[in-house]
Design a protein around this ligand. Structure first.
Ligand code: SF4
Ligand code: SF4
Length: 381
C-alpha cells in the first residue's frame, strides 16, 4: 500500500461538492485577502480540487493557489456547510502530487535541503545544539539516559529562536522534570507533509519513530505548534500504531505551576496574546496561555481577532518559503492590531515571522514565546 492510498478521495469529492458558493469564507482568508494574482479564496481552492479530482488538469496558477493556503483553518469556522476546508485543501495537495501536478519548484528544493541538512532552515546539523545555555551543558541529559520524556526542540527553536529552546529547558530542569534531548535531532518532517510529498514525509517520520523507540520515549514535550501538530496528528496518520503522547511546553508549564514545582515572581507588564493556528483552532489551547501570562503578572490585551477567529501569522504550510513578502504582509496585520509592544505566542515560527516583519517594517513591536516570558519571571531556587 502506498501513502497516497491513505487519502479518502470519495470524502474529498464529497467535501468539494458540498460547497454552495455562498462566499461566506471569502472575507476570513488571510491569503485571498492579501495576495495578488490568481483567485485564492477558500471557495476557489475547493473548486480547483474538485475539478482536478474529476480529471481536469489544473492550470499553473490554480496549483499555486492551492499551495498558497497556510492551512490556518479560519475558513473552517465560518462555513455554513461545515466543510472541513483546510483539511480538504491539505489532502488535495497530496492528490495533486499523486497526479503529478504538485508541489511547486521551491518545495522540491526545500525538501531536498531538509533531507540533506536534517533541518528546515538550511543550517549545519552539527550546530543544532548550540542553543544549550553554558550553565546547563554539564547537566543536560541525552537519549542514553534513563527516562521516557523527550524535550524535542524543533528546527525553528534550535536555530532561529534559541531563546525559546533555552528558556524551555531551563524551566523543565528547574522543576526537576526528567527530560532528555536527542544528540542528532532530525526535522519533524512537517514541510514535506504539508507540501503533499508524503513519501518523503513518511521516510522522515519512520526514522524519527525508530529513534523514539530506541530511546524509550513515551512522552514528547515541544515548544512549537508545528511540531505539536506533526507528532500528534500527522505521524499517527502515516505511521500505524504511533501513539506517543505529545504535549506543548505551555501545558507542562501550567502543570508545573499548579503543582508548585516552579515559582514565579510576577512582574506588572502589558502583553498581547496571539493564538497560533495549530495550537488554537487546530487544538483548542486558548485558556492555558492566558492563565499562565496572568500568573506572570501581565495585564493582557486581546487582538481584535482572537481565539477561533485569530489571524494567521502568514508562515504556515510552506507559504513563507514560497513567498516571504506575502507572509510578512499577513504578519503585518497582526502587528498592526496589537495594542502593546510585546506579543506572546506559543509558536516559534509565528515569533520568527512576526519579529522579522517587525524589524523590516519598523513596526515597533516584538514577539516572544510564552516559555521565554515565564523564564523571565521564574524564581531561581
Ligand atoms: S485555511 Fe486559511 S489560508 Fe487556507 S483557505 Fe482557509 S482561510 Fe485561507
Ligand atoms: S463558506 Fe463553505 S459553502 Fe460557502 S463558499 Fe465557502 S466553502 Fe463554499
Amino acid at each position: 500500500m502506498s501513502v497516497f492510498d491513505l487519502i479518502d478521495i470519495l470524502a474529498l469529492r464529497q467535501a468539494t461538492d458540498q460547497c454552495i458558493q455562498c462566499e461566506t469564507c471569502l472575507d476570513v482568508c488571510c491569503t485571498s485577502n492579501t495576495a495578488d494574482g490568481p483567485a485564492m479564496t477558500p471557495m476557489d481552492r475547493l473548486a480547483i480540487i474538485g475539478r482536478t479530482l474529476a480529471g481536469n488538469a489544473p492550470l499553473p496558477d490554480e496549483v499555486k493557489a492551492i499551495y498558497y493556503c497556510t492551512e490556518c483553518g479560519r475558513c473552517d469556522t465560518v462555513c455554513p456547510q461545515e466543510i472541513p476546508i483546510s483539511e480538504t485543501i491539505a489532502d488535495g495537495k497530496v492528490a495533486l502530487v499523486n497526479k503529478g501536478f504538485g508541489p511547486l519548484e521551491k518545495h522540491e528544493k526545500m525538501i531536498k535541503a531538509i533531507l540533506k541538512n536534517r533541518n528546515a532552515v538550511g543550517k549545519p546539523s552539527e550546530e543544532r545544539l548550540a542553543w544549550i545555555p553554558d550553565h546547563l551543558k554539564a547537566k543536560v541529559q541525552f537519549e542514553e539516559a534513563e527516562g521516557d520524556t523527550l524535550f524535542y526542540v524543533g528546527c525553528l527553536s534550535s536555530y532561529m529562536d534559541k531563546a525559546t529552546a533555552a528558556a524551555s529547558l531551563e524551566i523543565l530542569m528547574a522543576a526537576g522534570e526528567p527530560v532528555k534531548l536527542l544528540r542528532d535531532e532530525y526535522c519533524c518532517g512537517i514541510y514535506p507533509y504539508n507540501a503533499g510529498k508524503w513519501e518523503e514525509a513518511e521516510a522522515i517520520f519512520t526514522e524519527m519513530a525508530e529513534t523514539f523507540k530506541r530511546c524509550g520515549i513515551k512522552r514528547i514535550i515541544v515548544p512549537c505548534a508545528g511540531c505539536h501538530r506533526t507528532f500528534s496528528h500527522y505521524y499517527p496518520r502515516l505511521l500505524k500504531g504511533f501513539d506517543i503522547k505529545v504535549v506543548h511546553i505551555a501545558e507542562v508549564i501550567k502543570e508545573l505551576l499548579e503543582t508548585h514545582r516552579i515559582t514565579l515572581n510576577p512582574s506588572a507588564q502589558s502583553l498581547t496574546i496571539h493564538d497560533a493556528c495549530k495550537m488554537g483552532r487546530k487544538y483548542g489551547l486558548y485558556d492555558t496561555p492566558r492563565e499562565i501570562l496572568t500568573a506572570c503578572g501581565a495585564t493582557l490585551s486581546e487582538l481584535p481577532h482572537n481565539r477561533d477567529d485569530a489571524l494567521c501569522c502568514g508562515s504556515g504550510a510552506g507559504v513563507r518559503s514560497l513567498d516571504a513578502p506575502l507572509s510578512m504582509k499577513i504578519a503585518g496585520e497582526v502587528l498592526k492590531t496589537a495594542e502593546t509592544e510585546t506579543i506572546v505566542s506559543t509558536c516559534p515560527f509565528c515569533i520568527f515571522n512576526m519579529n522579522y516583519t517587525a524589524r523590516k517594517t519598523d513596526a515597533g513591536k516584538k514577539a516572544v514565546h510564552i516559555a521565554t516570558l515565564v523564564r523571565s519571571v521564574m524564581v531561581e531556587r
